[in-house]
Structure formats: C-alpha cells, structure tokens
Design a protein around this ligand. Structure first.
Ligand SMILES: [Zn+2]
Length: 57
C-alpha cells in the first residue's frame, strides 16, 4: 500500500516530491511530514505506520 500516492500541494495542487519534505515528526496518529511547495505553501501529511507495540496483545 502506498499511503502517500497522491501527494499534492494544498494550495496550488502541484505534485510534491519526497525531496520537498522539510521535516518529519512522529505523532500518535502516525508519522507526520511537512512538505514545502515551490509556491511557498506547507502541506502536512500523516502516514499511519502501524508499529508493533511491545507488551500488548
Ligand atoms: Zn503549491
């Protein structure tokens, strides 16, 4: 599965490449990425990456 299949700028709709990624941070919802478009807008994506939780189950 490719959760980041359609990654486009929220302002101008331009395609964003992985090279546009400025920062990543881990949140309870998943891994959050911030992309900066050439238009200057910042697009935030969250890719849920289920990580096995030790000690659960
Ligand atoms: Zn843009």
């Amino acid at each position: 599965m490719y959760p980041n299949l359609a990654l486009t700028c929220t302002r101008c709709g331009a395609d964003l490449a992985s090279g546009d990624r400025k920062l990543s941070m881990r949140t309870p919802e998943g891994l959050r990425h911030a992309y900066e478009c050439s238009c200057g807008a910042i697009t935030i994506t969250v890719s849920a990456d289920p990580v096995p939780i030790a000690g659960e189950g």
